[in-house]
Design a protein around this ligand. Structure first.
Ligand code: BJW
Ligand code: ZN
Length: 250
């Protein structure tokens, strides 16, 4: 199932970096953004995930985020998330970078996840910048407001035209440039600057592999694409890395 080139690259890899996208959570039941028939067909992310859209109609945007928060609370990490959590202990240097805002990697046990697009479970005030406390988050309000200044709360996610969290992109690029194997998993590769991370890894000499049931815009620039769901493919990589660990001298 895994190519000879990938098996060889994994056998000697001292550093692995992984970029995930919405596809890695699809098998948990979290809809992706751009799949045909998905709810994002009605709410195109390029139109909807913008500060201007939020200010124009915060109630509608919050309705959408309340719905997604509920979906995320009700789902569980899948074998793909779990495989990535296992991988962190099988290689000396491991970095997990995600575009996902659902927190499922951390729930699966991944540590120090670089969240490029924020986290939907947190909210902050658009006026004073303070983060809402857990109590405020738990209380369902159609359009939640800051308890300190009364300003609008917004989800702590990165919308189009907004900067990524301070330091996140730089750390991700450093990990991409020093890794031996890079995995681009479950992302369409259309959103930048995230989509430039696998390309940086390739330029720096890493063996770059895409895992996705479909070819993407990034596919022509990968060393290889494994066509399949991440929940099936990632555990195969873990099996190989585990066998490697058991053969290493103690
Ligand atoms: C499976 C599967 C299974 C299914 N297993 N796989 C350079 C060039 C062009 C444009 C730009 C550029 N640099 C910047 C831009 C502008 C813009 C951009 O990229 N636009 C393009 C769309 C044209 N980028 C930005 O604005 C970014 N900020 C920025 O650049 O700041 C600097 C700046 C500031 C001011 C002025 C100028 C510059 C910010 C981007 C923020 C993206 N935000 C969102 C919403 C987050 C909040 C929320 O969740 O509500 O992030 S949009 C949405 O797309 C979300 C995702 O993280 C992101 C990526 O989507 P992803 O994860 O790839 O999902 P899908 O659905 O697209 O793909 C899923 C894949 O899974 C598919 O391929 C399936 O086949 C696959 N799959 N089942 C494995 N079982
Ligand atoms: Zn405030």
């Amino acid at each position: 199932m895994l190519s000879q080139s990938l098996l060889e690259a994994l056998s000697s890899a001292q550093s692995i970096c992984v970029l995930t996208g919405a596809g890695v959570s699809a098998e948990s039941g979290v809809p992706t953004f751009r799949s045909a028939g998905g709810i994002w067909e009605k709410f195109r992310p390029e139109d909807f995930a913008r500060f201007e859209s939020f200010i124009r109609n915060p109630e509608l945007v919050w309705e959408w985020y309340h719905y997604r928060k509920k979906v995320i609370r009700e789902v569980m990490p899948n074998p793909g998330h779990i495989a990535l959590a296992q991988m962190q202990d099988l290689v000396p240097d491991f970095t997990l970078v995600t575009q996902n805002v659902d927190g499922l990697h951390a729930r699966a046990g991944s540590r120090n996840v670089i969240e490029l697009h924020g986290n939907i479970t947190r909210s902050y005030c658009v006026d004073c910048g303070l983060f809402a406390g857990e109590e405020e988050q738990a209380v369902f309000e159609r359009t939640p407001r800051c308890k300190t200044c009364g300003g609008l709360l917004r989800p702590d996610v990165v919308w189009f035209g907004e900067l990524l969290p301070a330091g996140a992109f730089g750390k991700a690029m450093e990990a991409a440039r020093r890794c031996d194997v890079f995995l681009s998993v479950g992302t369409s590769g259309v959103v930048y600057p995230a989509a430039s991370i696998p390309l940086a890894a390739r330029s720096a000499g890493a063996y770059v592999v895409e895992i996705n049931p479909e070819y993407t815009d990034l596919s022509p620039r990968m060393n290889e694409t494994i066509l399949g769901p991440s929940g099936e493919i990632l555990p195969l990589l873990v099996t190989h890395l585990t066998q490697r660990a058991s053969h290493e001298p103690t």
